[in-house]
Write a protein that binds this ligand. Structure first.
Ligand code: NAI
Ligand code: MG
Length: 372
């Protein structure tokens, strides 16, 4: 037996369905560890930071919390958002309070079409579709710059300024990241998304950086598409997409569109990466806390489990990550589906079906070649 490779994971279930989908992903990671026969171990520490925690303590992340988080190899995040706290308070208090200081500047969001899952796109029935949205995750429209003022002039007179920040460095690193990712894929193409006809400063800088970086990747096909046209293209010609790179806000919106086209928001996975590995990266489903179904035990765990697979990739455990993805495909192909995809399985039933598939795949792989 080889030495055990131990990976330390900080789990932050957060609010609403965050707890149940994170539990589902950790159950799958447990299975991966068990099937490795002692090669791999995950050491999970749970942090109880949520909106309930905020209401009790006045803060989402306690003093010293980020220093604790930093010690882990990765962060596994559920969702944050509650009716009792304004959404901008919870998002800036917990999620953005991690992604920004940890410089998790690249957010990758694969759009995956699973067998057995009905897509609202007719094209999905007979065309192989899969693409990845690469989201600039550290600046742009979510730079948090601006302010509110003049409320002293009386009701109806307040003004607000919300400024986008586009730096040449920040733009270049995300665009290079997209090109490097495209080189690892069957279709080597990067589509850049802006709104540079209307936003003549930041988005034009983006277009110029894109053209300059593209020259270093002559083997990768490129296109520049305005965000409104790109949203139409997602629906009408998704087969032309491979890697789609866009600003913080544009990519946020486009990735929800992508996951809805694939069948449900509950399917979509995401990784917030600090590619230099100066800080741990954070893995989370794209969806939010889903207060409308929280506590019912019916949430779709596939987005969270696929995010755990992206974490395995980040750990260099590519074979294990592929096995998790194959287990998910086998389960949906067999018609075992959660309610948001028209099926009847609850969160635990979906998770156990995926675990059983993982065990079956493993047993198959372990069958020795017949000897002659
Ligand atoms: P949401 O993603 O929570 O829900 C949108 C719709 O999709 C709901 O009908 C929900 O039931 C359904 N849905 C989402 N995930 C599902 C799953 N795994 N299985 C089955 N159905 C699923 O988005 P919404 O409603 O806009 O936001 C709710 C709260 O979540 C808000 O407080 C918002 O700020 C927060 N939020 C947090 C995010 C995060 O922590 N990363 C991301 C998006 C929203
Ligand atoms: Mg979003």
């Amino acid at each position: 037996m080889t030495d055990t490779q131990t990976f330390s994971i900080a789990s932050i279930p957060g609010d609403g369905i965050g707890g149940e989908v994170v539990a589902a992903g950790l159950r799958v990671l447990d299975t991966v560890a068990k099937l490795s026969d002692g090669d791999i171990a995950f050491d999970v520490t749970e942090y109880p930071w949520s909106s309930a925690y905020y209401l009790e303590h006045g803060t989402y992340i306690p003093e010293g919390g980020l220093e604790d988080l930093r010690k882990h190899d990765a962060i596994y995040f559920g969702a944050v958002g509650s009716a009792d706290v304004p959404d901008h308070t919870s998002l800036w208090g917990l999620r953005l309070a991690i992604t920004q200081p940890f410089d998790q500047w690249a957010n990758i969001r694969p759009v995956t079409f699973l067998p057995g899952v009905e897509s609202p796109l007719r094209k999905a029935d007979d065309t192989d579709l899969d693409w990845i949205v690469v989201r600039e995750n550290s600046e742009g429209e979510y730079a948090g710059m601006g302010g509110r003022n003049l409320s002293g002039r009386g009701p109806g007179n307040e003004v607000a300024l919300q400024t986008s920040l586009h730096t040449e460095k920040g733009t270049e690193r995300i665009i290079r990241f997209a090109f490097d990712l495209a080189r690892t894929r069957a279709v080597k193409k990067v589509s850049s998304v802006t709104k540079s006809n209307a936003q003549q400063y930041g988005m034009v800088l983006w277009d110029e950086v894109f053209a300059r970086v593209a020259a270093d990747y002559p083997d990768v096909e490129t296109e520049s598409v305005l965000v409104d046209a790109m949203s139409a293209k997602f629906v009408l010609h998704p087969e032309q997409l491979s890697v789609v790179v866009a600003s913080n806000l544009h990519a946020d919106i486009l990735s929800d569109l992508g996951s809805a086209l694939a069948g449900s928001l509950g399917l979509a996975a995401s990784a917030n990466l600090n590619p230099e590995k100066r800080f741990p990266s954070m893995f989370e489903p794209v969806h939010g806390s889903a207060p409308d179904i929280a506590g019912l035990g019916v949430s779709n765990p596939i987005g969270a489990i696929s995010s755990a697979a992206l974490m395995l990739d980040d750990f260099g455990l590519h074979q294990e990550a592929d096995e998790v993805r194959r287990a998910i495909e086998n389960v949906t192909a067999a018609g075992i589906l959660p309610r948001d995809l028209g099926g009847e399985s609850n969160t635990i039933e979906m998770t156990e079906a995926i675990v059983a598939q993982l065990e079956a795949l493993h047993a198959e792989a372990a069958v020795p070649e017949p000897s002659h």
